[in-house]
Design a protein around this ligand. Sequence first.
Ligand code: HEM
Length: 182
Amino acid sequence: MLTMDMPLSANTLGFISLIAYVITLIPTSIKIVFPHTKETGIPQFLLKYRRFIGIIAFFFAFGHTFLLVRKRNLDFLDLKTFWIYIQGITTLTIFTILALTSNNWSIKKLKKNWKKLHQLTYFAMFLLTWHIWDKMLGHWTYLTPIGISIITGTAVLSFIRIWIQFQDGITKNKRKVRKLNN
Ligand code: HEM
């Protein structure tokens, strides 16, 4: 049921974190799915500040968690509680790893592994969708349908992008094989 109360501040922080996180995901996708958007300069602008926006997402997620842990007196050392909040905890862990490695030093040190590590962001997308559904079931705020629509839309856009890149890869490979055969 959609409640008429104003969203709690912890929920608002979670929602802002979600928006910031989504902003880090969309530039690559819109560049590939809607190539003409490159002319607007928007994907390039978002890509330039992506690491910084990711760090903002982490801080808001941390604030969201902090307020909820305090309000509900949660003890993550209790396995039952830990399990109930597993999606949120795993997402926050991923956000922490990504925030800590969002700097030039880490890119240099981790080399190829940096890209692999940052692909965890796609796992977080799935976990976050599950987190919102699970935790808000039966008591949606005004933010819930917006949050769910945004994260689902972003997931769909990412899947289309991955599909396009996969198809491009096949075409490129076919061309290579043809060249080798000629
Ligand atoms: C990256 C980390 C996280 C993000 C981005 C995030 C985001 C969100 C969002 C967007 C909502 C729905 C707000 C609404 O529709 O009003 C929510 C709800 C909730 N989150 Fe998180 N969350 C994260 C981690 C956590 C963690 C670690 C916990 C553990 C305490 C947690 C506990 C909750 C709870 C209990 C709710 C439901 C609140 C209610 O009943 O009103 N979240 N979260």
